[in-house]
Design a protein around this ligand. Sequence first.
Ligand code: UDP
Length: 249
Amino acid sequence: MEMNYVDILGIPITRTDHQSMKRRLISHIEQDEKAFVVTANPEIVMEARKDARYMNSILTATYVTADGIGIVKASRILNNPLPERVTGYDLMIDFLRTSQERSYTIFLLGAEKEVLNTTVRNLEKHYPNIRIVGYHDGYFNMADKEESAYIVERIRTLSPDFIFVGLGVPRQENWVADHYHHFDRGVFLCVGGSFDVLAGVTKRAPISWQNCNLEWLYRLFQQPARWKRMVSLPHFAAHIYKEKVAKRK
Ligand code: UDP
């Protein structure tokens, strides 16, 4: 079963829905394979266009899913529609549930130490049969090769089925891309600020806001400092319309 993709400003977004992506990733685990999943939004696309190293990291991913509604809308504008959003957070929650039933093992990488400890406690309370085999906070020095080597070795030794990586953009994609060749198996899923949500430090937008495509606005209210990153959104839209016009010619 091949999955094709939709090109959004140079980034190949996997044409899939949540359930198919979930099934595909579980099948990688069952076959003892590895996979690297980037969950993209317009900010990520615009960042990659500015930063060649980041673009290369994203292009090494096995799958790039449409995390943000802006990506799905862009695909419609370009007459090559993606079925729906496939978010890192929703995939992770689904995998946590499945891991309870199937005893998959989990490693968490990212967030502040305290936040991560609370995340682990909350997950173990919520999913009593879950097997979190290890975790490491996200504030290590990426330039320090020994620190990363230590984390790589831990993950290799523990050989978890899922590695949820919440180091923020662009650290998480760069870190996985740089070290992926060391790993033989496991699904590496980039989840951004999801551990903060699980720890109760930030809240995910209510479903009603998500259904109105306003999750980005909800996040902006919670973390006003994000406005700087969001100035890339109108640029993203302008580039998409430019491409649409160019395609017509
Ligand atoms: N983070 C981290 N290490 C860093 C910087 C950030 O682990 O050096 C974590 C941060 O604590 C938060 C997540 O990465 O849990 C980034 O959250 P954000 O909401 O910015 O997610 P993004 O929009 O970047 O995906």
